[in-house]
Design a protein around this ligand. Structure first.
Ligand SMILES: [Zn+2]
Length: 491
């Protein structure tokens, strides 16, 4: 039975839909903009044509409010000297509106925190202003104290790790020293000048400010940075400096209210209908820049049309008396490229209880081949499948062995992998709520987040095989008698 309906998932069907939503007319589907609304309408029309009724009166949309925060620097005063934004320092748009005032500044070396080396050791950082350096310390033999090897650790390669660590420690405000501020600002021009979309303005978050080496040297005593670096390099021990200075960081935002939509195709189950299996993909992308349209055919037009295709297959099964025992939600979300906003809103305002949500199968980029697999399109990276449920992992493996025989590549499932993909797409909002997930992903390629991510480059036959694998896994999870167990909590 499963095979019969899996065969209705076709390359041709996905190609037809992707040629529409990844066309220039859809203007790169940026969240809150015209192209995103057009895509939402198109997806709804496909659900309707498949005979799926709207999940609530007359609409497939879960609409959610967003705040568009305009770019602009914070105001920073230190001992009554006012510094100049976008010259002495910069910050990305979207800092929480607040004023942070502290009586001293803690210089905590590199801002690293791990067992054998911690810049935070013994420091009381709660609510404090903390200053840190980029990178990590090396011994005179060029061995990193953080990685224990000549190669850099995540502390250098994954920029957000230091920020996440400071946030977890309850730091009030984080100052990150940059060596060449003009160059950094130029590198980040687009992000610095674009408005930021936020779900919640009331949530106060730790501001992150990037400050010039000159500004850092003014705050600290002369040569403190160089001396600190040298001492750490020599001893392998962290160095902390406290400077008695009044610092005031004030943020005032200009905000515009907009709306965005998730599109929900709900298929009610039979005898186990109170449990829900979710399949997701994000349909938003980066929009356009002047005349250049970022069509996002792979990211994530590919996942979007895969979700449509599977919804059609399950709807057909139901029409013919073979509908799933558990209910199914085929959800394309927006706001992913702006920070997983649509899926975050959904998991905070779920339409069906999260406690009854069995799993989320998330598809984000399945139409291309990465460098590692050149000439071998029959692979897919799976991320997260074993992290919460060993049964989900086993079902996924068995579905593949029985039906598709793809090479399942678990490289990115490794917690130590520097790309941290597990945290970077919509499934994570489900996983952090204890819901088992699988993330299907073909890896990045030269056209990733470029205007050259075009539909002509998509391999639809590859997509068909992967989408069928997701279909078989979903079919088994939705139809088996026992709900899959949550039996582990790996990172
Ligand atoms: Zn994506």
């Amino acid at each position: 039975m499963a095979v019969h309906y899996a065969n209705t998932v076709t390359a041709a069907g996905m190609s037809k839909n992707l040629h529409v939503i990844a066309s220039d007319e859809y203007e790169g589907r940026e969240t809150g903009k015209k192209g995103q609304k057009m895509a939402a309408e198109y997806i709804s029309a496909r659900f309707k044509a498949a005979g799926i009724p709207p999940y609530k009166e007359n609409t497939y949309y879960q609409e959610y409010p967003l705040n568009m925060v305009m770019p602009g620097p914070a105001e920073i005063t230190i001992d009554s000297k006012k510094y100049t934004g976008n010259k002495d320092y910069y910050n990305f748009p979207g800092l929480s509106e607040q004023t942070i005032e502290t009586k001293d500044i803690l210089f905590l070396g590199y801002g690293i925190d791990q067992e054998n080396y911690s810049d935070y050791k013994g420091a009381d950082v709660k609510g404090k202003t903390v200053m840190i350096l980029p990178g990590e310390p090396y011994s005179k033999d060029s061995i990193s104290y953080a990685s224990g090897k000549k190669t850099a650790s995540l502390w250098s390669t994954y920029g957000r790790l230091k920020i996440e660590t400071a946030r977890e420690k309850g730091v009030g405000a984080l100052l990150i020293v940059v060596d060449n501020i003009e160059k950094e600002m130029l590198n980040n021009k687009k992000r610095l000048e674009a408005p930021s979309l936020k779900l919640d303005l009331d949530k106060k978050e730790m501001p992150v400010i990037y400050i010039s080496r000159e500004m850092a040297n003014e705050i600290l005593k002369k040569k403190t940075i160089d001396k600190t670096k040298k001492k750490i390099s020599k001893t392998g021990k962290s160095q902390q400096t406290v400077v008695k200075k009044d610092i005031v960081i004030a943020m005032r935002n200009t905000v515009q209210k907009i709306d965005a939509e998730n599109v929900l195709g709900y298929i009610e189950g039979t005898d186990l209908k109170n449990e829900l299996v979710v399949v997701t993909a994000h349909y938003d992308h980066l929009g356009k820049d002047g005349n250049i349209v970022f069509n996002g055919a792979d990211d994530d037009g590919s996942g979007t049309v895969a979700v449509i295709e599977m919804a059609q297959a399950f709807a057909k099964a139901k029409r013919e008396g073979h509908g799933p025992r558990r209910s199914m939600l085929f959800m394309t979300v927006s706001g992913e490229e702006k920070g997983l906003l649509g899926s975050s809103y959904y998991t905070e305002h779920p339409v069906y209880p999260l406690a009854s949500t069995v799993c989320d199968l998330n598809i984000d980029m399945i139409g291309r081949v990465d460098e590692k697999h050149t000439g071998n399109p029959n692979y897919i990276y799976l991320i997260g499948s074993d992290k919460l449920s060993s049964e989900l992992h086993a079902i996924s493996e068995k579905s593949n062995k029985t039906y598709e025989n793809l090479e399942l590549d678990y490289t990115y499932n490794d917690e130590k992998d520097k790309n941290r993909f597990y945290y970077r797409s919509d499934h994570y909002n489900f996983a952090k709520n204890g819901i088992p997930v699988i993330f299907y992903f073909n890896g990045v390629h030269a056209d990733y987040h470029k205007e050259t991510d075009e539909v002509e480059k998509i391999d639809f036959n590859k997509m068909e095989k992967i989408t069928r694998l997701v279909f078989f896994t979903a079919w088994e999870v939705a139809n088996r008698t026992d709900r899959i167990v949550v039996d582990s909590n790996k990172k």
